[in-house]
Design a protein around this ligand. Sequence first.
Ligand code: ADP
Ligand code: MG
Length: 284
Amino acid sequence: MNVIEVQNASYEYKTYNDDGTTGTLVAVDDVSFEIKKGSFVALVGHNGSGKSTLAKMLNGLHKPKKGQVLVNGLSTAVQSNIFEIRKNVGMVFQNPDNQMVASIVEEDVAFGPENLAIPQPEIVQRVAWALEQVNMSQYAKRSPHKLSGGQKQRIAIAGALAIKPQVLVLDESTAMLDPQGRKEVLAVAKKLNADGMTVVLITHFMEEVLDADNVIVMKRGKIVAQGTPMEIFSQQSLVEDAFLRVPRTVELAQRLSQAGWSVDASCTDAKALGGQLCQLLQKN
Ligand code: ADP
Ligand code: MG
C-alpha cells in the first residue's frame, strides 16, 4: 500500500532579479514516485537538486504548481486536507539548533501534540513514548541547549514522533553532526523503520542509504534514477553524472572483484567485506 503518491508534480519559486524584474525557478520538475507503507526511502542529489523543496511538498508546506501529491489518498492541494496530512507526515530538518522551541526537553517534545490540542494526560504519555523511541528518556528534564548535536536531533525526532506520524521525513538531519551524532540519528531512523515507521531519509552521505529499500536520485529538479542501493551504485556513470559518489565499501568490493578477487561484488557492508578479504588472505 502506498502512503504517499507523487504524480507529475512540479514546484517553482519566484525569483527576483537585480534589475527589478522577476522570474521563475523550477525547483521540482515533473516528478513521480510512490512511497510504500513501512518502506525506507532515501532521497539523494547534489546541492540545489530540489530535495528540500520536494520534502516540503510531501506534507503540503509547498503545494504543487502542476501535478499532485497524495498522502493516504488526500491531495495536498486541498486546504481542508492539510491538518490531516501534517499529522501524518513528520519532518525533521538540518539544523538542530533551529528546531528547539522550549527550554526543557520534555516541553520541546510536547510542542507538536499541544498544537494538535491533544488532552494533557495523553501528551504526557506521548512525550515519554517518543523520548524512549530515540533513547533520550533520561534527558527529559534537561535543557536542550546543553545536549550534543546528535542528541538535539534525536529530540527533534522525538518531537516529530509525538504527533504520531505515519511517515518521518529527515531532511539532511545528519548533515551538521559529527560522525558519532550521525550514527546515533541513523540508528534511530533504522530502528523506527524496523518497528514499522515509513522513513524518508534525505542525505548527501551515500553510506547512509545502503540499507534503503528504494533510492531516489535527483538532479536539477528531476528524478534521474530510482532503485535499490545496488541497482543505483552499480552504475558508476549514473552516480557521477548526478554529482554523487559511490560509497567506499561498494567501490572497493567492485574493484577487488574486477581485479579477480573472489569477494561479493555487491557487498555493501565494510565489516563483511573485511571478513571476506581476511579469509582469502589466509587461504593464500
Ligand atoms: P536541495 O535541498 O537539494 O539542496 P532545494 O530544494 O533547497 O535543493 O533547492 C532547489 C532549488 O531551488 C535551488 O536552485 C535553490 O536555489 C532554489 N530555492 C530553494 N529555496 C528557494 C527559495 N525560497 N526561493 C527561491 N529559490 C529557492
Ligand atoms: Mg536541502
